[in-house]
Design a protein around this ligand. Structure first.
Ligand code: OGA
Ligand code: NI
Length: 334
């Protein structure tokens, strides 16, 4: 069977192949999840750092409006991403890879497709974005506007995330520009695409996870699917038009000495409509040491310093769970 789901014919996607049916306990099991109300909404034109700290410390993540990224650019980016998934199977297959070292790759389910018992109902297209001029030559030329539009979007996304990081830094009394440079040197665009699924109660669109990154921003489309594990249960997140979700990642948890946490989230599928979301991630360079900032850990750092490379390679030994992985870097006797 063709691996990329966006290459399946509509007829193929009418039936749920056995290896996409998750066992009871691991599948959503129902569709009527409660809606997560009261997600903090930050108006970036007026935002104070304390508001963002409160949102992260009390809720774990937030949405941003008046973020300064033109809606027309958001819409165009969504369009070229959707169009890319609609290009021919032959064209997309040229980008297919499960090798992390490939800096522009499409794959399906997870990077472990060949080893996993059940496949997630998604294709993903991920590529590096920073600096744009170093990577743009690897990006698709079909659709023809992809490079131009995504180039602009990558720059705007980076600017936006730095405004958020600066406000967070200010709230903790960190020196301006604390997150610049090696701590945020890698920028990825990660596009999830889910074709309509015959039975969303049996499938999972993206596994439950915390984001390993420094920080993530998500642009949703109008088709819901994102869920957060909040107050002991899974809850639906209703996409808010023209807003971005911001999710602190595990590196920010380490830097804030555990004052922030990174929320558990997953994606469920939709029976009628295809769903596309665009994630922008900032990630430390592989060899830079990440450690609690002195201002966040005056008396006692909870975590020892580690490189992102170490963090990444410790994942497999730590139950493939980023929280357990970070635990393994805790200072002993703390
Ligand atoms: C992610 C993620 C959610 C979504 O890419 O890390 O959680 O709605 N995406 O696609
Ligand atoms: Ni995520």
């Amino acid at each position: 069977m063709e691996v990329l789901m966006s290459n399946w014919s509509t007829k193929t996607a009418q039936y749920l192949p056995e290896n996409y049916v998750f066992p009871p306990g691991k599948r959503p099991g129902k569709l009527d999840f409660p809606v997560c109300e009261n997600i903090p909404v930050i108006d970036l034109e007026k935002a104070k750092s304390q508001q963002i700290l409160n949102a992260c410390q009390e809720f774990g993540f937030f949405q941003v409006i008046n973020h300064g990224i033109p809606v027309s650019l958001m819409d165009e980016t969504m369009r070229v991403c959707q169009e890319f998934f609609g290009t021919s199977p032959e064209y997309k297959s040229g980008f297919y890879s499960t090798d992390m070292k490939r800096k522009c790759r499409i794959y399906s389910s997870s990077m472990d497709y060949d080893k996993e018992d059940f496949h997630y109902w998604r294709d993903n297209f991920t590529h590096h974005c920073h600096p744009v001029e170093d990577h743009i030559g690897l990006w698709p030329e079909n659709p023809t506007r992809y490079r131009e539009v995504v180039g602009k979007y990558s720059l705007e996304g980076r600017k936006f995330l730095f405004r958020i990081l600066d406000l967070i830094g200010e709230g903790f009394g960190l020196k301006p520009g604390y997150f610049d440079g090696e701590l945020s040197n890698t920028q990825l665009l990660s596009i999830n695409h889910h074709v309509p699924c015959p039975d969303p109660s049996l499938t999972v669109g993206m596994p439950e996870h915390r984001d390993p990154n420094l920080i993530s921003m998500l642009q949703q489309c109008s088709v819901p699917g994102l869920q957060v594990f909040f107050q002991g249960q899974w809850m639906n997140i209703e996409p808010m038009e023209n807003a971005f979700f911001v999710i602190p990642g595990m590196q920010l948890k380490a830097i804030t000495n555990g004052k922030f946490s990174s929320p558990i989230h997953r994606v469920v599928t939709h029976s009628e409509r295809a769903r596309t979301t665009i994630g922008t991630f900032l990630i430390p360079s592989m060899d830079i040491v990440v450690k609690p900032a002195e201002d966040c850990a005056v008396m006692s750092p909870v975590y020892r310093g580690f490189t992102y490379k170490e963090f990444f390679s410790a994942y497999t030994e730590n139950k493939r769970d980023w929280e357990v992985t970070l635990e393994s870097f805790k200072v002993k006797n703390n």
